[in-house]
Design a binder for this molecule. Sequence first.
Ligand code: ADP
Ligand code: MG
Length: 322
Amino acid sequence: MKKALVFLLIAAIILSSACANSDKKSVSFFAYDTTVSLTFYGKRVKDAFLNECIDYIKSFETHFSMTDEDSELYKLNKERSMEVSDTLLECIKSALSYCELTNGAFDITLGTVNRLWNVTERKLPPTQAEIDEARQNTGHEYIEITDNRVTIQKEGLKIDLSGFAKGYVADKFREYLKEKGIDSGVLLVMGGAVTCIGRKSATEENFKVGIVNPYDKSNLLTTLDISNSNVSTSGTSERYFEYEGVRYHHIMNPHTGAPVQNDIEQVTVICYDAAMGDALSTAFFVMGLNKARALIENELEGVGAVFAMKNGEIIYVNYVVD
Ligand code: ADP
Ligand code: MG
């Protein structure tokens, strides 16, 4: 639960509504190793429905957890080849499409590398020999999919969906609500990802999503005016240890098998699709500003980003703040 509090502090801040007559209903719970909060604005929401929503959001954990021995993904990593559920299949396929799009900067096959670094527990970096060995056991080309059968063709390779599952679940939740006739006035915050469903209220008010200043967490870097979109932030200031002046954080460079060391402090991605935002915020961090900019400008539609650089510069790419 200590972790939950930490993540609550670092999660992007939602500015509370100044509108006195907007009734809202909120709930927070712990899932996907982070604090999740769900708010309905301007609607009468029964507790029973709120509980159904929580159950729905949590239900995917039994598929996607890499560490829970009862999860489907855990079994796949152990069995190496098995028929998986449509849910896990869809998530893996979607995640792999971002591995390809980002030329491997986003990589769900880094499980062994991520586990080796285990940055929330470690005090010292692993040895280069350990890193080299873990790095051997990666590569999205080693995942073979035939119908519902997923096969991991490299010994020691483990699939890790932690950098993607929350976004995937947020998109699913949006579909779930739509089927129930709700397509506005809902905000879902999962760790560093904020999904705004529709507009905040019938008066067409946008959500105000604050991006936490990574250099001074009690302040905001900027506030975004958002509706029907998702804001995902990846940074180094959440999960890390420091050793001899170097910050070893949780975003790995697939080429080195070690935490990314570059001039970026934090990346925020704004786009409709939460899964895409989750993958791209991690990928842009790995790729660096110039490659990320080229991808946004040449290959992506409707994706904006805010880069907080280590030198204090804030760079907006394809996003204009009023
Ligand atoms: P972030 O806000 O930084 O995107 P996430 O929780 O979405 O945070 O993803 C971070 C997790 O993704 C890490 O803890 C690790 O399990 C995994 N991960 C680390 N590096 C990569 C990478 N290059 N590609 C995909 N997943 C990664
Ligand atoms: Mg991510």
